[in-house]
Design a protein around this ligand. Structure first.
Ligand code: ADP
Ligand SMILES: Nc1nc2c(ncn2[C@H]2C[C@H](O)[C@@H](COP(=O)(O)O)O2)c(=O)[nH]1
Length: 232
């Protein structure tokens, strides 16, 4: 039984790969709360006002998902609680949260992480990080088309996204809750290219094998082949 978490900046391809990978492995996908998130559009309109509320919203939904994923124990998560602090500190560093908010957030997160230590399975089995350049990130954000994430909606998002990429570099280096691996999101078009999809799924399967976490009795059957053929 295996819990895999995907990580990466906005538009890296986490949701897309979550769908493909969960189908391939025959496990359950957990998606981040985005389209049903009432705070997200408000945040992009007025970040100063909504940073704290948005973070609490995400932290709460991520805590719920990771607890469920760690107890069901056979899942792929599209982003997880481990990236929560990256986002909050990045926003706090540009003046969108005050010291008291930072301190309260840190205490809350610490309490939640301690709760996870009590789960039968305490951490994921593998982190799959999708690395992308700024150019790829912007292209994919445009392709997906959420209006409030576009540079045309707010030109200061260029700095925000570039900062995000820098924070992710350090975050990935420091991450040590589980084995980890990086996918080259610039190089592999796992949406349009079947051979790229095969290559990426192969890299993940090899890593799972290496860390002894390939789901028991798993072999690429009919459903897995379909996941490769049609993408999801
Ligand atoms: N490796 C890839 N190659 C080409 N397009 C991709 C790739 N990954 C994602 N996309 C496209 O980029 C957009 C953003 O992908 P998505 O999975 O929603 O990213 P995330 O969940 O990381 O924000 C979508 O339109 C998706 O089809
Ligand atoms: N301020 C925060 N914003 C966040 C956080 N997690 C996600 N997000 C934003 C970024 C995107 O606009 C959107 C969905 O993210 P994807 O990477 O899945 O496209 O939500 C957060 O913790 N804080």
């Amino acid at each position: 039984m295996t819990v895999i978490v995907l990580s990466g900046p906005v538009g890296a391809g986490k949701s897309s790969l979550t769908a493909i990978l969960s189908k391939y492995l025959g496990t359950k996908p957990f998606y981040e709360s985005v389209d049903d998130n009432p705070v997200l559009p408000l945040f992009y309109k007025d970040p100063l006002k909504y940073t704290y509320l948005l973070q609490l919203f995400f932290l709460n939904t991520r805590f719920h998902s990771i607890k469920k994923a760690l107890s069901d124990d056979n899942n792929v998560l599209d982003r997880s609680i481990y990236e929560d602090s990256l986002f909050f500190h990045m926003n706090a560093d540009i003046g969108r949260a005050n010291d008291l908010e930072v301190q309260t957030y840190e205490e809350l997160l610490e309490n939640m992480m301690k709760e996870l230590e009590r789960m039968p399975k305490r951490h994921p089995d593998l982190l799959v990080h999708i690395n992308v350049s700024y150019e790829t990130m912007i292209r994919r954000i445009q392709k997906r088309g959420r209006s409030y994430e576009q540079l045309s909606f707010d030109p200061t998002l260029e700095d925000y996204y570039k900062r995000m990429l820098r924070y992710y570099e350090k975050w990935y280096d420091d991450y040590d809750y589980s084995p980890k691996m990086m996918i080259d999101g610039d190089h592999y078009d796992f949406m349009a290219s079947e051979s790229d999809r095969t290559e990426v799924l192969d890299q993940i399967t090899q890593k799972l094998k290496q860390v002894g976490k390939l789901p028991k009795n798993w072999q690429a059957g009919e459903i897995a082949r379909k996941a490769i053929e049609i993408g999801q």
